[in-house]
Design a protein around this ligand. Structure first.
Ligand code: SF4
Ligand code: SF4
Length: 124
C-alpha cells in the first residue's frame, strides 16, 4: 500500500527559509547539477536559491499554491539542502523547522499519523 506523503502539495519550507548550498553543486560545475538559472552567489563558497534570500522568501522553482498544489519544478535536480531537509516524523522525529514553516501558512504540524498508509488500522 502506498504511503501518504504530506509534503506533496505543502511546499511551506520552500517559502520560509533561505536555502543555500555549496556552489560546486550547480550545473555549470557538475553536469546534471542544480540549474544555475535559479541561483545567485551568496559568497565565495555558497550559492543561494533565487527568491529565498529576501524578507518574504519563496523559492523561484516552487510552483503552485502552498498547502494545496505546491511542488518543486526541479525536483530531480534539487540541491542537497533541499534533499536533506526532513519533514516532521518522516523518520520518527519532530522537526521544529518544518512545523514553523507550516504554521506560517496556517498548516497544522505533522504527526506520526501523517505518515501512516491510508486505511491501515492502528493497534488499540
Ligand atoms: S529547489 Fe525545490 S525543493 Fe528546493 S527550495 Fe526550491 S522548490 Fe523547494
Ligand atoms: S518538509 Fe514540512 S514544510 Fe516542507 S514540504 Fe514537507 S511538510 Fe511541508
Amino acid at each position: 500500500m502506498e504511503r501518504a506523503n504530506p509534503c506533496i502539495g505543502c511546499g511551506a519550507c520552500c517559502a520560509y527559509y533561505r536555502v543555500s548550498f555549496y556552489w560546486g553543486e550547480i550545473d555549470e560545475v557538475v553536469p546534471g547539477g542544480f540549474p544555475s538559472e535559479y541561483v545567485e552567489k551568496l559568497n565565495d563558497f555558497r550559492a543561494v536559491i533565487k527568491g529565498t534570500n529576501q524578507p518574504e522568501p519563496r523559492c523561484a522553482a516552487l510552483a503552485g499554491e502552498i498547502g494545496k498544489t505546491a511542488h518543486c519544478s526541479i525536483h530531480c535536480v534539487r540541491s542537497s539542502a533541499c534533499r536533506e531537509f526532513e519533514a516532521s516524523y518522516v523518520n520518527g522525529l519532530p522537526n521544529e523547522r518544518c512545523d514553523q514553516a507550516r504554521a506560517k501558512y496556517g498548516l497544522e504540524p505533522l504527526t506520526p499519523e501523517s505518515w501512516r498508509p491510508h486505511g491501515v488500522p492502528t493497534a488499540a
